[in-house]
Design a protein around this ligand. Sequence first.
Ligand SMILES: Cc1ncc(COP(=O)(O)O)c(C=O)c1O
Length: 421
Amino acid sequence: MNTTRDFALQLDREDPLSSFRERFIIPELKGKEQVYFLGNSLGLQPRTTAGYIDKIMKDWASLGVESFFQAPEPWMHYHDLLTKTVSEVVGAIPSEVVVMNQLTVNLHLMLVSFYRPAGKRFKIICEAKAFPSDQYAFETHTRHHGFEPGDAVIEVKPREGEFILRTEDIIDVIREHGEETALVLFGGINYYTGQRFDMKAITEAGHASGAIVGFDLAHAAGNIPLHLHDWQVDFACWCSYKYLNSGPGAIGGVFVHERHHDKNLPRFAGWWGYDIHQRFKMEKGFVPMPGAEGWQLSTPAIFLYAAHRAALEIIEAAGWENIQQKREKLNGYLWSLLEELDRETGGRQIRFITPGNAADRGCQVSMLMLQNGKEVYQALMKDGFIVDWREPDVIRFAPVPLYNTYTEVWSLVNRLRDLLK
Ligand SMILES: Cc1ncc(COP(=O)(O)O)c(C=O)c1O
């Protein structure tokens, strides 16, 4: 492993996506660009976002509500500008995807349709340490159906002394609860450990038990390749403010597999999900749009559409395959440098809680800091390395392919080395 700065500079020179960094606004501290490794929390702002939002402001100013039909890009059909790239990113056919609301709201809407306890099937199987919103959603939906969350929510935990869930253990728990399981719902990538789950295997195991299988893709969408359609996943939801760079509180997305489209599944409905050809007749009797769009509720936030579009166009221009290649290489580089640092510090300072196997993670690397972690984190932040701290002792780094460089990765690990010594 070449650990020199020159090597990092060479990797940057050879990087076919290096020019894409210029499409983002990099935060600065005292006139110096910061090293931003928090794309797993809030992705950076594309330079084009403000312009796209401004176009909507201008439409609104000049045409008022007529913009829905008369704007140069009519708001009524703006959604269609988003669906193609989003469906490519999540591995869906376009009718399986809808951009709407935000993640927690969408999770609730999906649970209304897909958590349908019946007979002895009432359990939800999920990962331990699921994101709090997911935990609260499970708790409140199981209670809503008259069950005690303690009985109905089954968390798959790592083995004693381990941090990573073994796929075989997940499958065993699904089998063990077999006919009592109504729903299996996992993160695509766990927000804390950065572990990427084997979504195909989990889906197969859930279906073999007769359960519905869904995923929270907050940390997976825009990060790793997904094949929701081919994996036969029933439903999924994600946010677009992390790896999809669409801004704070950005509009979320939902996937509903096409095999559920014609079933007129129970749902909480709103007028924006009503068949578009008859929506403005304002009649009684809900007639859903075909496909995932039939879950829409409200008049969409066109400003959020615009911000999403600006970010998606960058993904489109860079090419999803190229982004994936760089993600693997950049993350592999970070991992190798950290492993080297771990060796140098005799295994006494850091402990990886993200899987060592590259196929089992995305951009993020999480580490337990074994000594003075908080001080190290604070020193990094002070020096302009924007990273993440999770109490009590976990630090997370997520270099992303569209705007981070190999040299930034090198600088981070180099500074970390100084601090740990
Ligand atoms: C895994 C996961 N699920 C759910 C959420 C909640 O998303 P929102 O606040 O957009 O509803 C987050 C937010 O970071 C998350 O990381």
